[in-house]
Design a protein around this ligand. Structure first.
Ligand SMILES: O=P(O)(O)OC[C@H]1O[C@](O)(CO)[C@@H](O)[C@@H]1O
Length: 539
């Protein structure tokens, strides 16, 4: 089907949503097949999207959209190494980084020997650091400081936090912000003689990373004779790392066809591999490879990344919900929402199609979130009674890692299931009135008090269940979200692999910096910026 045909499907969806808005989600469970049709499983991940106002007809229309948008064809093109990142003229082959074996030629060269070689070098290095064969100038390495930002920080930082029960190597610290407060506070408690610096940057030009790197080297240089001996680089620009003075043996490269926000699977994951060890890191990769297999082989209607994407399209593009809340009821996934903000919003925060035309639908919603149950005592008031409807994604493990705290875990899981149920059921005015009456509120004030307690309900949520947060399960979850982003982009006909929008602010910062520093020039700046600089220089 030509993409033009999609217009009719979008129109049909717009017509259908009008009906669905008024139908209580709970009533949709009258369909005896609902649980079977609106839940699916891949590997260790169970997806339940039945607590949404999607019905069979809507799902069929969405599946037709995926078919019509040739999601399968685009998927094959990605895995085949075609230059699908059309504005940068590159493949997007992060999936190759987690394949155990394979063969794929780019420019006449098989890419897998290089991938395997880097992975083996990383494993050897990680084992040597963990085993004390590679040391600082003051003894075995006790601390790793990963200096990187965006995709060179969020992935390894999120995964290191998530896999804390497996982290028996040196402590890991992550410095990303240009605000000196972060590097100051991070280095304050460390011993430069037993600290290893990892300079993580695809381009090896990013201002924050290079500035923090110089500051860290000064800190280290004050206490050790040869600071460069305790510095490694992970980058797609090994020549720049060499110019920076890093020995080739300390440079772990990756290719340009790995997007920053898709890069945790390769050299950018070195800090994680040192923390959890090569065996667990390989399990992390294997989990993602399993999700890749599922994505490539499962039929559309049973394909988890596609079903999660279609639920996202229904909520954001059809129902018009402007945000999506990601709620991991798993404290160790506390950094997942921040990680997904880059993955989803830097990928699909676009306004033109592949051919450069204005998009026909709104693109990515605002993705945000906090771990459960913290969010319940912060913003759930808005989720239940606010005027905006926010589709929620709950992530829930069947087991924690602390058997002695089993009761905590049961309370956590009950809370997650209860919140998803409460969002769907709400509380009717009658129920609220009965409640306040029982509380002894005088008749005259019953209605008013009851209205404050009424919850409209009918608020959608999706639940992802998994046995326990292991390296393999984390790999599956992250790959699921990566493919979800890819499928949404295919349906919206946008390029999820570039990020041209980030450059303007960087360029303007380079223009402002000398004016802020010297007070000279800046006439070309707008009056507000000039004035702010003036005040700042006085303060
Ligand atoms: O890894 P690098 O090249 O330092 O880039 C860091 C981040 O900056 C960005 O380019 C955005 O500015 C992200 O896409 C990227 O992950």
């Amino acid at each position: 089907m030509k993409r033009d045909g999609l217009k009719d499907i979008w129109k049909a969806l717009d017509r259908h949503v009008t009906d669905m808005r008024s139908r209580p989600i709970l009533a949709l469970f009258d369909d005896a097949d609902r649980m079977a049709d609106f839940s699916a499983r891949a590997g260790d991940i169970h997806l339940d999207f039945s607590k949404t106002n999607l019905d069979r007809s809507a799902l069929d229309l969405l599946l037709a959209l995926a078919e019509g948008a040739d999601v399968a064809g685009r998927r094959e093109a990605m895995f085949a190494g075609e230059a699908i990142n059309i504005t940068e003229g590159r493949p997007a082959l992060h999936v190759a980084l987690r394949q155990e074996k394979g063969a794929l030629s780019l420019a006449g060269q098989d890419i897998f020997p290089g991938i395997r070689e880097t992975r083996q070098r990383m494993a050897g290095f990680a084992d040597d650091v963990r085993g004390g064969r590679i040391t600082g100038q003051g003894g075995p390495v006790t601390d790793i400081v990963n200096i990187g930002i965006g995709g060179s920080d969020l992935g390894p930082a999120m995964a290191r936090a998530a896999l804390a029960p497996y982290a028996d190597g040196p402590r890991c610290h992550f410095v990303s912000n240009i605000d000196g407060a972060q590097i100051h506070d991070t280095l304050a408690g460390l011993n430069p003689e037993t600290t290893l610096l990892i300079l993580a940057s695809k381009t090896f030009t990013t201002l924050e990373t290079m500035t923090n790197a110089r500051t860290a080297l000064r800190w280290m240089g004050a206490r050790v004779a040869d600071p460069m001996a305790q510095v490694v680089a992970v980058t797609a620009a090994p020549e720049r790392a060499a110019q920076f003075g890093i020995a080739p043996a300390h440079v772990f490269p990756f290719e340009e066809w790995v997007g920053g926000r898709f890069s945790v699977w390769g050299a950018i994951g070195l800090s994680l591999m040192i923390a959890i060890g090569p065996r667990h890191f390989m399990a992390f990769l294997a989990g993602a490879a399993d999700m890749d297999d599922h994505f490539c082989t499962a039929p559309l209607a049973r394909n988890l990344p596609i079903l999660l994407a279609l639920t996202g399209i229904w909520h954001a593009q059809v129902c018009g919900y402007a945000t999506r809340a990601v709620l991991p009821y798993d404290q160790r996934l506390a950094r997942l929402p921040a990680y997904l903000q880059q993955l989803e919003m830097e990928s699909n925060g676009k306004r033109v199609t592949l051919s450069g035309l204005p998009v026909a639908q709104p693109t990515v919603p605002v993705v945000w979130g906090e771990p459960g149950t913290n969010g319940q005592h912060a913003f759930f008031q808005m989720l239940h009674q606010g005027t905006q409807i926010v589709p929620c994604e709950f992530l829930v493990a069947a087991r924690g890692h602390e058997p002695e705290l089993e009761e905590h875990h049961r309370l956590l899981v009950s809370a997650a299931l209860a919140q998803a149920r409460a969002l769907m059921l709400g509380r009717t005015l009658d129920a609220a009135r009965a409640e306040v009456a029982q509380a002894g509120v005088p008749e005259a004030d019953l209605n008013r008090q009851a209205r404050h307690r009424e919850c409209p309900g009918n608020r959608p949520s999706v639940i992802l269940l998994y046995p326990q947060l292991t390296p393999g399960v984390l790999g599956q979850i992250i790959a699921l979200y990566e493919h979800r982003v890819f499928v949404e982009a295919a349906i919206l006909d946008i390029n999820p692999f570039d990020q041209w929008g980030v450059e303007l602010g960087k360029a303007l910062a380079r223009e402002i910096m000398p004016v802020l520093e010297t007070g000279v020039g800046g006439a070309q700046l707008d009056p507000s910026t000039q004035r702010m600089i003036g005040i700042l220089r006085k303060l």
